[in-house]
Design a protein around this ligand. Structure first.
Ligand code: 2HA
Ligand code: ZN
Length: 269
């Protein structure tokens, strides 16, 4: 079967990277059933031929006008589709959509009329925010990491920056590779604009945001970067948990040691 990816190696790489990450999410146990979603802004790869492609769905309302998205194209995981299936057959379990000129609707253009993720409101609102800031960030990842979600069931970890400081202190990598830390959003109904808006607010300060008792959202220049930050935070959570299972509270690196790292690597905060 013909695919929009044929003879478009750059676009194919974006989609293949999403498939690779989808496989990791499944292997890590972060993607039960249809859990989690991924969208990537692929507007930079939309050549003239793609721009002329007819819609293969009707126009579907976004639920609000999202002003910076005019003429943008996204690869989106399909709603109700499984990450493990996205990993093997990305264009059967995801699709490419175009935002219509009124910025209030989208239409699917390729390969198949697979309806995008239930968290499209959050994802597109985040892309809108990133475009508005002139950011290079193009990827949004939402996933359900067991260890990090478990930690949000402890009210003490919901205090601002409590988890950030704890996870940073478990291993220097986390301070270096997730330098803006982990934002926290109190529990909200999934798939709502309220959740989307709170997420955007937290992204002003953090690259990874935790939805209490649900999962994380991570943004980055590409899907690998977005994944790596969650993976790094999860590693810290595993170290914390392992120490607790061995019967002691981990000492953690000191504030001075973390600040030394910040200065050496020229990190924010
Ligand atoms: O797409 O994870 O939050 C399934 C979800 C919704
Ligand atoms: Zn979710």
């Amino acid at each position: 079967m013909k695919s929009i990816l044929d003879n478009r190696s750059e676009l194919a790489k974006q989609v293949n990277d999403v498939a690779e990450v989808a496989g990791y999410l499944w292997q890590k146990g972060w993607a039960e059933r249809n859990g989690g979603n991924i969208t990537v802004n692929i507007t930079a790869f939309a050549d003239e031929e793609i721009k002329k492609l007819p819609a293969i769905s009707e126009k579907i309302a976004l639920g609000r006008t999202i002003e910076n998205l005019k003429g943008c194209y996204f690869f989106c995981k399909g709603t109700n589709r499984r990450m493990r299936d996205l990993a093997r057959r990305p264009m059967d379990n995801g699709s490419i959509i175009r935002i219509t000129d009124d910025c209030a609707h989208y239409e699917i253009i390729a390969d198949k009329p697979v309806k995008p993720t239930s968290e499209l409101a959050s994802h597109l609102s985040i892309h809108n925010y990133m475009i508005g800031k002139d950011s290079d960030y193009k990827a949004v990842l939402h996933t359900h990491p067991i260890d990090l979600v478990a930690m949000t069931h402890n009210p003490a970890f919901l205090e601002k920056d409590a988890l950030t400081n704890l996870l940073w202190s478990m291993i220097p990598e986390t301070r270096a590779f997730c330098p803006r830390g982990l934002g926290i959003i109190p529990y909200k109904m999934p798939s709502t604009f309220e959740l989307a808006d709170s997420t955007i607010k937290e992204l002003e300060e953090y690259d990874v945001v935790m939805w209490e008792k649900h999962g994380v959202v991570s943004v980055g220049e590409n899907i690998m970067e977005a994944f790596d930050m969650v993976d790094t935070l999860s590693k810290s959570a595993q170290i914390y948990m392992t120490a607790k299972c061995m019967g002691f509270e981990p000492a953690g690196t000191t504030k001075e040691q973390m600040d030394e790292l910040r200065d050496a690597f020229n990190l924010p905060k």
